[in-house]
Ligand binder design. Structure first.
Ligand SMILES: Nc1ncnc2c1ncn2[C@@H]1O[C@H](COP(=O)(O)OP(=O)(O)OP(=O)(O)O)[C@@H](O)[C@H]1O
Length: 283
């Protein structure tokens, strides 16, 4: 892993949105005159009530929906017309992909998205997300399934990550580790993140930028320093959050990491690459 120093931040993609208005097929308005300028290497939190337009905006940024010409630019490129490489959008459709509910093992799934190539990232994600390589996906809990999905989605070294709240099933410690991983990513390589979430635990020190959406409009946005978000505990947790985090940390240290159990007896190298995620077509 690289360090904070010497990171080619400028080479990370910027996200520019200029007077973006968007109407759905039924004619109803999705977004009105959205203007944003998120710098290279930034970590933006997209905040807004249900229906505020967060998903609509993220889908437009990802190139999954067509924005009017000249309104969306990622690293200077229109993501819809140019099919920009390195943009990872993780949202509901991705979560609902049925492959992760079949009787399939974790190493095979990870291999299907490049796990045998990005071995270091694979091993780091398995550790951070506390994944047991012996799991079979038809017989895991929702949160365990979500952790495997996250490892799959994050494995390829994306340049832009657009996250539409998909951490709701994670326990507090896993989510905290996950957020820490994302932060380190932006500090150690050239990448930019926009994260739409309703869950603010552990987030006080995370964002560099905030965007507040309301009924298809961006009400306010800017560098986090502009907003008075001080006054919370340093970790950003409530006292209850702190307590639960401590409990879960203790539980983990009692149990020890899941990886490296001799009984697993499986290696990535022995697994044939199959599964669906790596083969998804860009729309
Ligand atoms: N295909 C569509 N056609 C018409 N209206 C839509 C369509 N998709 C979404 N909407 C409407 O657009 C608005 C914004 O939806 P969007 O999914 O972007 O909100 P959101 O901020 O992501 O909400 P949530 O926090 O609930 O995920 C909502 O009022 C929704 O009903």
């Amino acid at each position: 892993m690289g360090t904070h120093k010497g990171v080619p931040k400028d080479q990370a993609p910027s996200i520019e949105v200029k007077s973006l208005s968007y109407a759905f097929q039924d004619g109803s308005s999705g977004l009105q005159h959205v203007v944003l300028s998120l710098p290279p290497g930034s970590r933006t939190l997209l905040i807004g009530a249900n229906g505020a337009g967060k998903t609509t905006l993220l889908r437009l940024l990802s190139g999954k929906r067509m924005a009017p010409t000249g309104t969306v630019s990622i690293a200077g490129i229109d993501p819809f017309t140019s099919g920009l490489e390195g943009v990872t959008y993780l949202g509901l459709e991705w979560v609902l992909n049925p492959i992760v509910r079949t009787d399939i093992d974790v190493p095979t799934l990870l291999a299907s998205v490049g796990g045998d190539y990005y071995t270091e990232r694979r091993d780091e994600l398995v550790k951070i997300l506390d994944i047991d390589l012996a799991w079979r996906m038809h017989a895991v809990s929702d949160g365990e399934r979500r952790r495997v999905q996250l490892a799959m989605g994050l494995l390829r070294p994306w340049r832009v990550l657009l996250l539409d709240e998909i951490t709701v099933d994670l326990d507090l410690l896993s989510r905290s580790n996950f957020l820490g991983f994302l932060k380190r990513e932006t500090e150690s390589r050239a990448c930019t993140i926009v994260y739409a979430t309703h869950i603010l635990d552990n987030l006080a020190d995370w964002p560099t930028h905030l965007v507040h959406m309301h009924i298809g409009n961006v009400k306010e946005w800017g560098a986090v320093e502009r907003f008075n978000v001080g006054g919370m505990r340093k970790s950003g947790n409530s006292q209850l959050g702190e307590l639960v985090l401590e409990w879960l940390k203790d539980d983990l240290s009692e149990r020890g990491p899941r990886g490296g159990r001799p009984s697993e007896g499986k290696t990535y190298e022995s697994m044939e690459g199959k599964g669906g995620y790596g083969n998804e077509k860009r729309i």
